[in-house]
Write a protein that binds this ligand. Structure first.
Ligand SMILES: N[C@@H](CCC(=O)N[C@@H](CS)C(=O)NCC(=O)O)C(=O)O
Length: 223
């Protein structure tokens, strides 16, 4: 299964430093001090990394983890593989963590990505305003729901930083840029600030600063 470039061993994470789903995997790796090699596929900085990545995963969605030559796709599965402690043991707690992970991905990341994609000139020259409006409406539904669900919690699913926070951090970071969280949703805004202050999250935010010009709506002067 090893692409033709060269034989490597250990954990390798293919991704882009500005990519929300790459952040999700990186946060779990940083949280657990897991040693790995980051294979940056940004632009033309490392063409060999992009070639190897596409050989492993022609779909082209990142991140991709390669563990001793075995490719592992999908950020939640990558996290379960490298950081099983990010899922609590108890049945009810584990369900809440997994459910919020899916909710952040499907109902925050997905509409946020749709708004961003419609503003990327290499995706479309004619933004689909109806798609953008649907995505904004979806965020207008999930923001208040999250605001209520997160009440009384330090982290997304309770007292422990978990998988749901690995997805919540990048989802809310970029969603707030694309479609600001209303000021009245104080619990959600406080959670976003708290999770962005977590050292593993602050690290991915800092590592991505050189790429902020890539944000097609213009990165706000904050965060
Ligand atoms: N379900 C995937 C989603 C990954 C995803 O959408 N990644 C984005 C980057 S944040 C991507 O690959 N974009 C490039 C493309 O769609 O071609 C996961 O959880 O890993």
């Amino acid at each position: 299964m090893t692409p033709s470039t060269e034989l490597r061993t250990g954990l390798e994470l293919f991704g882009h430093p500005f990519s929300s789903y790459t952040w999700k995997a990186l946060i779990a790796l940083y949280e657990t001090d897991t040693p790995f090699t980051f294979r940056n596929i940004a632009g033309n900085e490392h063409p060999e990394n992009e070639a190897a990545f596409l050989e492993y995963w022609p779909v082209g969605k990142f991140p991709l983890l390669v563990d001793d030559g075995v490719p592992i796709m999908e950020s939640s599965i990558i996290i379960e593989h490298v950081a099983p402690a990010m899922i609590p043991d108890g049945r009810d707690q584990a369900r809440e963590v997994r459910m919020l992970d899916r909710i952040f991905d499907n109902h925050v990341m997905t509409p946020m990505q749709a708004i961003v994609a419609e503003h990327l000139p290499f995706v479309t020259k004619t933004p689909d305003e109806a798609r953008i409006a649907r995505a904004r409406a979806a965020l207008d539904k999930i923001y208040p729901w999250l605001n209520t669900r997160l009440e009384g919690r330090r982290w997304a699913a309770g007292d422990s930083f978990a998988l749901a926070d690995c997805s919540g951090a990048p989802a809310l970071f970029y969603a707030d840029w694309a479609h600001p969280i209303p000021h009245g949703l104080t619990t959600l805004k406080a959670y976003r600030s708290r999770v962005l202050a977590r050292p593993s999250v602050a690290r991915v935010v800092d590592e991505a600063r050189p790429y902020r010009h890539l944000f097609p709506l213009g990165a706000p002067d904050c965060d």
